[in-house]
Design a binder for this molecule. Structure first.
Ligand code: URA
Length: 449
């Protein structure tokens, strides 16, 4: 077989066989096919797409490029959630202990921040001492003992995705539905789970800005997962403004802690409860979303969800005292309010720009090896639809560098568009795709219809 012929075939819009895809993927992982040829292949896929059969083959090959975990000795229902990425999305930190406190088993393998979106691992590592790289036997043992483990991808798990994802990031080929599908599902299937809930985001802070593309991705993810007999549903949610108020690692962890303790912003709590309730439904532990939400609220109110988070932190070497007393965490050296220059109502918030600003304040990385400043970022004081007076704070910026705050000041102010007219907040939930089809979210009845 010849890689140039395979690339040419995809470039010309033809479907590749399992053997051809295997030749490329295994050749790239083993080092016999160079990056420049895989880059050309990825760009060909970006423009020509893939058939559903090719998508499924690519997913399987990427899953099987490393080991696939098996937790069959644990009798409970194993499940996980994956988000396609957004700004201020700290849902995983709340969701994992919450559903584990309700009896589900969650072997969650997460990623790091790259680009304008944050990463669960960085938010967890903001807790001093928290270990996200655990050997496989420890992952299994913790899952069995606590019902939940929050770790990063190891060298043994989906190495093909690890290599291909960084190449996609460097070659502007991230936004490809078959490539996203194979990337997400290969990783999640390697976790050895029985069911998966996806949070597919649409909006200016998401991989896909339009709802049409987000629905298409949700349909492809569910169809492909179903071919592997993995029970999956995909919630399509809005990313027109950051989720919650905090953007930046420790700031987000702190907001997640508040939410686990029964506080937190309502959009963050509502989306988290919905995703968790969907997990309970897939596990057969709840007959419908609203019944699931009642179970979960009770787990928050009783303190069980927060206790589960403390157990995870303690088991993974983190400093429990800062989780119990977030006020003891070191503050960023500098902070500044960004004030509105007009009276009115917040009409929109440039979501991707907020992610980029948080990065510029020190919260993100431009390259995988960049160091993160955990205390930096920003906290929104106003969201879309909030009334604001001239001189009132729109956001507070935090950084270890006053120069960085100064450089971001006008950008942050300009990310908020203020209008004279009343404005409704953008929808948080658009709907859901599962094996039985598509349903829209009805805000009035708080149900899928
Ligand atoms: N998240 C992933 O894990 N992979 C993608 O390709 C996009 C989002």
């Amino acid at each position: 077989m010849n890689q140039i012929e395979i690339i040419r075939k995809k470039r010309d819009g033809l479907a590749l066989t399992a053997d051809e895809l295997d030749y490329l993927i295994s050749g790239y992982v083993s080092g016999t096919i160079p990056e420049y040829q895989i880059s050309a292949f990825l760009m060909a896929v970006y423009f020509q797409g893939m058939t559903s059969a090719e998508s499924a083959i690519l997913t399987r090959l990427m899953r099987d490029s490393g080991i696939v975990l098996n937790h069959d000795t644990i009798p409970g229902f194993k499940t996980d959630k994956h988000s396609t990425g957004g700004v201020g999305d700290k849902v995983s930190l709340i969701l994992a202990p919450l559903v584990a406190s309700a009896g589900l088993y969650v072997p969650m393998i997460s990623g790091r921040a790259l680009g304008h979106t944050g990463g669960t691992l960085d938010k967890l590592e903001a807790i001093p001492g928290f270990q996200t790289q655990l050997p496989l036997d420890q992952i299994s043992k913790q899952l069995e003992d606590l019902g939940v483990v929050l770790v990063g991808q190891t060298e043994d798990l989906t190495p093909a995705d690890k290599k291909i994802y960084s190449l996609r990031d460097a070659t502007a080929t991230v936004n490809s539905i078959p490539l996203i599908t194979a990337s997400i599902l290969s990783k999640k299937m390697a976790e050895g789970i029985d069911a998966l809930v996806l949070d597919v985001k649409a909006g200016s802070g998401a991989i896909f800005e339009t709802q049409d593309k987000a629905w298409e991705l949700a349909r492809t993810l569910v169809a492909t997962a179903t071919e592997f007999k993995l029970k999956t549903s995909a919630i399509v949610s809005g990313m027109e403004q950051p989720l919650g108020n905090a953007v930046g690692n420790w700031l987000e962890t702190k907001e997640a802690i508040e939410t686990l303790q029964g506080g937190g912003p309502s959009d963050l709590l509502d989306l988290t409860l919905l995703l968790c309730a969907e997990m309970l439904c897939l596990a057969g532990m709840s007959s419908d979303i609203n019944a699931g939400i009642s179970i979960l609220r009770q787990k928050i109110d009783s303190g069980e969800a927060f206790s589960k988070f403390l157990e995870i932190v303690a088991r993974q070497g983190g400093d429990v005292s800062v989780v119990e007393h977030p006020e003891r965490y070191p503050r960023a050296k500098h902070e500044r309010q960004i004030k509105s220059e007009a009276d009115g109502v917040v009409k929109s918030i440039a979501c991707r720009e907020i992610g980029n600003i948080s990065m510029a304040l020190g919260a993100g990385r431009h390259a995988v090896e960049d160091k993160i400043d955990y205390t930096s970022g920003l906290v929104l004081q106003k969201k879309v639809g909030s009334a604001v007076k001239k001189g009132e704070a729109l956001a507070v910026a935090y950084s270890d560098s006053d120069d960085k705050i100064a450089a971001c000041h006008d950008r942050l102010r300009d990310a908020f568009v203020i209008s004279d007219n009343s404005v409704s907040p953008p929808p948080l939930i658009h709907g859901k795709v599962d094996a039985s089809g598509e349903q829209r979210w009805d805000v009035a009845s708080k149900a899928f219809v």
